[in-house]
Design a protein around this ligand. Structure first.
Ligand SMILES: [Ca+2]
Ligand SMILES: [Ca+2]
Length: 442
């Protein structure tokens, strides 16, 4: 203020006026201010540009957090070269990310940390007095971004019957600890295991047997139980029927036995071609059926395919169902024996049990099958029939009574010796559907 002098210019108006002592000096001052303003403005622009162009050389994220380019820079011209989805954000560590800006590559280091303790829902555990439980058995669910280890704070008193409180801890990869409490109930197991799937077997002379195929054991304790098979009375080198005993014991020494018989039968004609037939079946089954289908849906797909794929020519070689099924697959023609052979082979290969059925007292022969599904035996036949034998009537999961009625309507078509076969259910799956020709189509 020493370069300006203030004087009272008018006492009447009470105003103050500035009087210049040196005009050149004032110009210098203004110039100084202008230059200063320009400099500050430029500096601001440089700082703004620096912030805009800045790429964080390192960032730290909480485990489990999704990454995006915005975590590294706000510059819209920047591009991420690293696939951020491939960064294992659930594993602690340091991972590089490469960003490009203005033709330059910048490496940024991502540090994944875990500072959040695990969360979990506990559950009570009930075990037999002969068993132990693991710490993780006491949790319904565990939530954490990183790997969690469960542990007993104090080992439970396994084997002591009754209820006890169990103290547990969960520790994540970041070392964060959460504490929980649950209940262990120990009981004395007096319930024997249950053996499932035991059934009589037929094997061919000299062939090996998979005794445990399709057999399973469950127990109230939930423990895994091995099954023992006593085959000491079986002679696979001699034709005959022999007893087989299955035995399962839980850790509390409760035992269950299940009995079955095994029949050693002569090898069927064409046995040497069985592998070829199995391959043909497997290839076609892979197209027709899948695990999302019910057993009845699988049978329906197989039944329809055979019915529509084999052209009825009235001729077949009836010496071997194996060879005739192979002929059916490869030449796609034949007669009822061909259809029966292909259907039987495919059903059995798909895991169904079948029984061969043959017509009696007929002028000609006829062959079809019984198939076991939904806990019962049902008649099934894929042979296409002529109009004279009501070709529209499908023989798919039919009862004995339905076949008997059909035989009365159509000259003994399905006449059989019922004493040779297990009975089907009495109730039809297709109630009210007559086997005889509807008058309207006659
Ligand atoms: Ca955590
Ligand atoms: Ca048990």
């Amino acid at each position: 203020m020493d370069i300006l002098q203030t004087t009272a210019a008018s006492s009447e108006l009470g105003r103050k006026r500035l009087k210049l002592k040196n005009p050149n000096r004032l110009a210098s001052i203004i110039l100084f201010f202008v230059l200063a303003m320009v400099a500050i403005n430029s500096a601001n622009k440089i700082v703004t540009k620096y912030i805009k162009n800045r790429i964080h050389r390192s960032i730290t994220i909480e485990a489990g957090t999704a990454l995006s380019l915005a975590d590294f820079t706000t510059n819209p011209d920047a591009a991420m070269l690293t696939d951020l989805r491939a960064i294992p954000v659930n594993e602690l560590g340091k991972y590089p990310a490469i960003i490009t800006l203005g033709g330059k590559k910048v490496v940024s280091v991502i540090t994944v940390v875990d500072t959040t303790p695990p969360k979990a829902v506990e559950k009570q555990v009930r075990i037999a007095s002969t068993n132990k439980a693991k710490p993780e058995d006491f949790f319904e669910s565990i939530q954490d971004a990183t790997k969690v280890e469960a542990a007993f704070i104090q080992e439970p008193r396994f084997g002591v019957v009754g209820r006890q409180t169990v103290a547990l801890s969960l520790v994540d990869a970041g070392g964060n600890v959460s504490l929980f409490e649950s209940v262990l109930e120990v009981y004395i197991d007096t319930t024997p295991p249950v053996i499932h799937g035991v059934h009589d077997l037929t094997v061919w002379l000299g062939e090996p047997v998979a005794y445990k195929f399709g057999i399973a054991v469950t127990d109230d304790s939930g423990e895994e139980i091995d099954i023992e098979v006593d085959t000491s009375l079986v002679n696979l080198k001699e034709l005959g029927t022999y007893p087989v005993v299955y035995k399962a014991t839980d850790t509390s020494k409760n035992t269950t036995f299940a009995h079955a018989s095994i029949t050693v039968a002569p090898k069927p004609f064409g046995f040497e071609n069985l592998e070829q037939l199995n391959l043909l079946c497997d290839n076609q089954l892979a197209i027709l059926i899948n695990n999302s289908m019910s057993d009845v849906e699988k049978l329906e797909a197989i039944h329809t395919w055979v019915r529509e794929s084999i052209l009825y020519t009235g001729h077949s070689d009836k010496e071997s169902f194996i060879n005739e099924a192979i002929n059916g697959f490869t030449n796609r023609n034949g007669d009822c024996f061909t259809c029966y052979s292909v259907l039987k082979a495919m059903m059995e290969r798909a895991g169904f049990k079948t029984i061969d059925v043959e017509r009696i007292d007929g002028r000609t022969s006829h062959y079809w099958s019984l198939v076991y599904v939904e806990d019962a035996w049902w008649h099934i036949d894929s042979t296409p029939r002529s109009r004279a034998y009501n070709g529209d009537w499908l023989c798919f999961l039919r009862t004995d009574e339905e076949l008997e009625q059909f035989s009365m309507d159509f000259r003994g078509y399905y006449k059989m010796d019922s004493s040779l076969y297990p009975s089907t259910p009495e109730e039809s799956r297709y109630p009210g559907e007559p086997s005889n020709l509807d008058e309207s189509i006659n």
